[in-house]
Design a binder for this molecule. Structure first.
Ligand code: SAH
Ligand code: SF4
Ligand code: F3S
Length: 469
């Protein structure tokens, strides 16, 4: 296993970057507008909010579309082959725009840049890319942009340092009432199919006092809901000396008065009794748990290096449902892992039938260079894989319908997030279980938490009516 020490980026380094940002802003011949294209998970979405924060400190403003921007930055994902191809395809497409408008600056950052060999590939095969940097270097955006703009040459920050822990970056948050809060970076689990530990480095937890300060600040600003982020939030604090565990952190954050707290993702092997207890006791915690199972078969789970059995998983599901009545569970599922037989796939189908998730993300296994599973024999025929995922999706849809139907007549609280795209008289929001609810109401209540009675269920959403109190 790779051993890396956490590199805490010092306040002096952040101050230096702020200086570079000012110098950049003072340049005459510099890009004035930016557009960030974000791929991948919430971690990347939140990184993009930090990148936007820095770009604004550098004097740039957001462009309404990427075709109009002077600087287009791609924050990439490499979790599956198609994610990577999509990002590279879109970067290549900008080459044509650059032919017409040579002043366009193109940047590539995020997980894909951390892949071994990718920086070299970008240098050789993508000569129209101006700046590229990995996830451990996002704080250096002002410096890299300054160098690229001043010297009119390409800058690639070779991403050898992954395990950075960065505090104090400016953040341009997308929503005034829902906020992401990263509590830890990286992953130590090395599930055999997964590239994340290689591109995001080792687990490192933010200090509890830094997290607390951020959440208190958000609460004061009127934020209604926070989403705590980490690849495996259950192992929060395992790398620190002060002994603040994840359940303890939740307890502390519950006291800030923030109305709603969510978190993502929990690894089933680390879902402790203390966490279940905290979820039962802490009124700020939403009644939703994303608990990816990946497979329902023990041989496959072992080959995936998930370190729990089907039985252990189901036992945790039983415990959490007993402790938190009405909790909604969601999952991630992979079909056609190397060597998966039809019987083994049926175990996954059977588990989905047993657990009855509210929803699940389903994926066809995608080999990632450098991971253990990529070396395993028994690649599944793509036609078989497609057939399996279709059957799995159909089954999950059935489960979703069943759960949604059972909610009709219940009272939920909904954080109103906006107007429905299809019908402007309808408001939309999320209930505690994280299901979308549409109902009629006044747009002035956007950003508020309202009591709603569920009146009907459609395929992907619930319908409701505001309860007048
Ligand atoms: N840390 C989280 C999420 C990681 S990535 C967790 O452990 O749950 C999100 C999902 O992508 C994973 O849960 C998994 O289902 C899927 N995934 C990861 N690598 C994959 C691969 N090589 N092929 C297909 N799906 C993959
Ligand atoms: Fe990947 Fe497993 Fe880590 Fe999740 S826990 S990021 S699936 S290695
Ligand atoms: Fe993708 Fe990186 Fe997230 S690989 S899923 S963006 S951690």
């Amino acid at each position: 296993m790779i051993k890396e020490e956490t590199i805490r980026i010092s306040p002096e380094e952040i101050a230096l970057q702020q200086q570079y940002a000012k110098e950049f802003a003072a340049l005459e011949d510099r890009p004035k507008t930016y557009f960030i294209v974000t791929y991948g998970c919430q971690m990347n979405a939140h990184d993009s909010e930090k990148l936007a924060g820095m770009l604004e400190e550098m004097g740039m403003i957001a462009a309404p579309a990427k075709e109009e921007a002077d600087f287009v930055l791609h924050n990439t994902c490499c979790i599956r082959d198609n994610a990577e191809r999509k990002a590279l395809g879109n970067v290549t497409w900008l080459k044509e725009i650059k032919k017409i408008r040579p002043s366009l600056m193109i940047g590539v950052c995020g997980c894909m840049v951390q892949e071994p060999g990718m920086a070299e590939k970008l240098l050789k095969q993508y000569p129209f890319v101006d700046v590229a940097f990995g996830t451990g270097n996002i704080h250096r955006l002002p410096e890299l942009m300054l160098r690229a703009a001043e010297q009119k040459r390409r800058v690639v920050a070779v991403p050898q340092e992954q395990s950075t822990l960065i505090e104090g970056l400016p953040i341009r948050r997308e929503s005034p009432f829902q906020s992401y809060v990263t509590i830890m970076y990286g992953c130590n689990n090395f599930c055999s199919y997964c590239i994340v530990p290689y591109v995001r480095g080792r687990e490192r937890s933010r200090r509890p006092e830094d997290i607390l300060r951020e959440v208190e600040m958000l609460q004061k600003k009127g934020v209604q809901e926070i989403m705590l982020l980490g690849q495996n939030v259950n192992s929060y604090g395992n790398d620190a000396e002060d002994g603040v565990s994840f359940p303890r952190l939740l307890h502390m954050l519950g006291k800030t008065g923030i109305p709603r707290i969510r978190f993502m993702t929990s690894h089933p092997k680390d879902l402790s009794d203390e966490l279940i207890e905290e979820m039962a006791k802490n009124p700020a915690l939403c009644r939703h748990l994303h608990l990816p199972v990946q497979s329902g078969n023990n041989r496959i789970l072992t080959a995936m290096n998930r370190r729990y059995t089907r039985e252990q998983y189901l036992e945790k599901v039983r415990k959490i449902r007993a402790a938190v009545p009405g909790i909604g569970l969601t999952s991630d599922l992979i079909v056609s892992f190397p060597g998966e037989t039809e019987e083994e796939f049926q175990d996954t189908m059977d588990l989905v039938r047993t657990v009855e998730y509210d929803s699940a993300f389903t994926f066809i296994y995608s080999p990632r260079v450098g991971t253990k599973a990529a070396e395993m024999p028994g690649r599944i025929d793509p036609a078989v894989a497609t057939d399996r995922i279709e059957r799995l999706i159909a089954l999950q849809d059935e489960m979703t319908q069943k759960n949604f139907a059972s909610l009709v007549g219940t009272k939920e609280t909904v954080l109103v997030t906006g107007q429905s795209k299809r019908n402007p008289h309808q408001l939309t929001g999320k209930c505690s279980r994280m299901i979308s609810v549409n109902f009629e109401g006044d747009p002035a209540s956007i950003g508020k938490i309202l009591p709603v009675e569920i009146t009907a269920a459609s395929k992907t959403t619930l319908k409701g009516r505001i309860i007048q109190e």
